[in-house]
Write a protein that binds this ligand. Structure first.
Ligand SMILES: Cc1cc2nc3c(=O)[nH]c(=O)nc-3n(C[C@H](O)[C@H](O)[C@H](O)COP(=O)(O)OP(=O)(O)OC[C@H]3O[C@@H](n4cnc5c(N)ncnc54)[C@H](O)[C@@H]3O)c2cc1C
Length: 601
């Protein structure tokens, strides 16, 4: 059945509209073709990457390049590329699937893969002219050429539009001369082409260019950066000195570079989240195997509650992250299809589809990158001293995970973006926050109901709680907007707290909807551990939301208003039946231990 405009939520609308479990896409909904692709990606990873993880630790850059070439031969670089340019032209879910399963073995390869297929290729497929696409994209799709993306400069990181790299038009109007210094450029050491952002004259915004890598044309590289992790991902400075770029290699229009850069990053963010999923699963698998085998005090350490709690939390994070990533991925895919059906070109449709869900992309980037960090950290802890040893893959997994909180926009920037974009959407009338926020305000003044609700149906209390958590966000963010207006962006600590509430709501709701959908079709018994994971995550989310909301409320409300909001917070976060978290964690860990790893994907 064709998905229509009214069937799917717009970006950010999850906060004010109820989503039915039937309307979310889950990993359990993959079709046969997608499942086969997942299997072949896993096989590739096991054979070429996982089996040689030590080479990636020894800064074997050549091996990363070799593996990228092999991925190209298998077609893994061309999933998202339209067929007209030599790609497979598969949907957004398939793109996410490959990003996910290709990224588990080593952050070095996933960074190289992400930089090439995402920010290195997407600006051309999304913004290139027909000639540019015909000339470059087929080579990038097969891996004959590799791409890199040059935005960051020594003085322009998070403030990406402030770069000093200059592009000067020649007297004959045939080419631009680019001069400047780019920093932290992934794939710089082996790429054939750069997407470069530079400023023309004193333009307010930067402009994008496609620049072929030719050392004879004023392009030189710094040494490989010495990094905490992703040791075999090539990261170098790139210097452009009077580098001549034909005018036809300008991307889109003059001054459109910042927009291109940001939209490429939107797609990059959700893919980066996907790229942190398999890493989590593999760490859970390794930690579980180790805990099952490691004997202390005459018993496998998996039998200790302290270890079970870790395994349960690690598995739960992975499960929740899968739920949220694939939910958003399918929303994007559907939105692209709707746009194409209404006459947009594929290029335009894809651009608008991803832009629509930019809030969700930021949410996922932050949540999943922080989960993979936590999971790898606990992975080390489960391994004890061996976890600290470079002879086990835990140590490198932990170091590799760290970068995800920094690139594709730091987590601080993405936190601010998520709330900022939501407020902007509300102002434009794309998401009605005002109506629901006013209703929450009225509810706060009213007398609460003292009836005992009927929560006998599976996950009904959890869904009710999610609806109330949304009210917490509306209460805190709504009052903050009223109080500070456009000055809200100066109140960063408040924005951070609000975004944490937003993030927890999206992640917890996604898990609950995935589980509800699966329990309906596969039965409650088959989903016992998944039900436990959804409940456990929500419990943790409620804790975080209580803390962050309180932080916000006391920062801007006083006296009666403060008391009323704190009472509202209590009401909106109240459990009728407190979950037994010890029991939930035990149940989850026992299932993971019995299966010798993560088996929920
Ligand atoms: C291994 C690696 C690979 C990379 N690959 C690429 C690549 O291929 N191409 C590319 O163009 N770039 C790349 N980058 C650059 C990366 O995107 C930047 O490092 C990142 O955007 C942060 O910029 P910065 O390092 O200058 O930090 P800064 O912007 O200086 O930030 C420092 C700290 O201040 C915070 N901060 C900054 N501004 C604000 C603000 N307004 N409000 C609140 N807090 C703020 C940040 O969150 C951070 O915690 C890579 C970086 C690394 C480390």
């Amino acid at each position: 059945m064709e998905t229509t405009e009214k069937d799917i939520l717009r970006g950010g609308q999850f906060l004010v509209k109820e989503t039915k479990c039937e309307d979310v896409f889950t990993l359990e909904d993959l079709n046969e073709e997608q499942k086969m692709m997942r299997e072949s990606t896993k096989e590739f990873v096991d054979r070429e990457l996982w089996a040689h993880w030590e080479r990636f630790e020894k800064k074997d850059y050549a091996y990363t390049e070799e593996c990228m070439g092999k991925a190209g031969e298998l077609g893994l670089l061309s999933i998202a590329v339209p067929e007209a340019y030599g790609g497979m032209g598969m949907g957004f879910v398939s793109t996410m699937l490959v990003c996910d399963y290709i990224s588990g073995a080593t952050g070095s390869f996933s960074t190289a893969f992400g930089a090439h297929t995402g920010i290195g290729t997407m600006p051309i497929t999304l913004y290139g002219t027909e000639e540019q696409k015909q000339k470059y994209v087929p080579k990038l799709a097969t891996g004959e050429w590799f791409g890199a993306y040059c935005l960051t400069e020594p003085g322009a990181g998070s403030d990406a539009n402030s770069g000093k790299t200059k592009a000067v038009l020649s007297d004959d109007g045939k080419y631009y001369s680019i001069t400047g210094q780019k920093m932290w450029i992934s794939n710089a050491g082996f790429c054939n082409m750069f997407i470069v952002f530079a400023r023309i004259e004193d333009d307010k915004n930067i402009t994008g260019f496609i620049v072929e890598n030719d050392p004879e044309n004023g392009i030189s590289l710094g040494d490989e950066e010495k990094k905490l992790g992703i040791h075999s991902s090539s990261t170098r400075q790139v210097f452009f000195s009077d580098t001549k770029v034909p005018v036809e290699n300008m991307l889109s229009e003059r001054g459109n570079g910042f927009k291109i850069a940001m939209n490429a990053l939107n797609v990059g963010r959700i893919k980066l989240a996907a790229a942190c999923l398999e890493a989590q699963r593999r760490v859970v698998n390794e930690a579980t195997k180790y805990a099952n085998e490691r004997i202390q005090f005459k018993t496998p350490i998996i039998n200790f509650g302290a270890i079970k709690a870790k395994i349960a939390d690690m598995a739960t994070n992975a499960y929740v992250d899968e739920a949220a990533c694939y939910r958003a991925a399918k929303n994007i895919e559907d939105r692209i299809a709707i746009r194409e059906a209404s006459g947009n070109s594929h290029q335009e449709a894809e651009l608008k589809g991803v832009e629509e869900y930019a809030i969700e992309c930021s949410i996922l980037k932050v949540a999943v990158s922080e989960h993979v960090q936590h999971t790898t950290d606990e992975g080390i802890q489960v391994f004890g001293g061996m976890g600290f040893s470079a002879d086990t893959p835990m140590e490198s997994a932990w170091r590799d995970a760290r970068i995800s909180r920094i690139y594709e926009g730091t987590n601080e920037i993405n936190r601010m973006l998520s709330v900022g974009m939501l407020v902007k959407k509300a102002m434009k009338g794309h998401v009605d926050l005002l109506g629901p926020a006013t209703a929450v305000g009225e509810e706060l003044m009213g007398i609460p109901s003292f009836e005992t609700p009927d929560f006998s149906e599976l996950l009904s209390e959890e869904k009710d709680l999610i609806a109330r958590l949304k009210k917490v966000f509306l209460m805190v963010a709504g009052s903050a907007v009223q109080k500070f207006g456009p000055d809200l962006e100066k109140h960063q600590m408040l924005l951070m707290a609000a975004s944490d509430i937003l993030i927890q709501i999206y992640m917890a709701e996604s898990a609950i909807l995935r589980t509800e959908k699966n329990a309906k079709r596969f039965g409650e018994e088959a989903q016992a551990a998944q039900i436990a994971m959804s409940k456990l995550y929500l419990y943790r989310a409620v804790d975080i939301i209580q803390q962050k909301a309180k932080e916000g409320i006391v920062s801007f409300a006083e006296g009666d208003e403060q008391r009323m909001m704190l009472m509202g917070l209590k009401r909106f976060t109240k459990y009728t039946n407190q979950p037994n978290v010890v029991e939930l964690r035990t149940q989850i860990a026992d299932k993971v231990a019995a299966d010798s790893g993560y088996t929920f994907d």
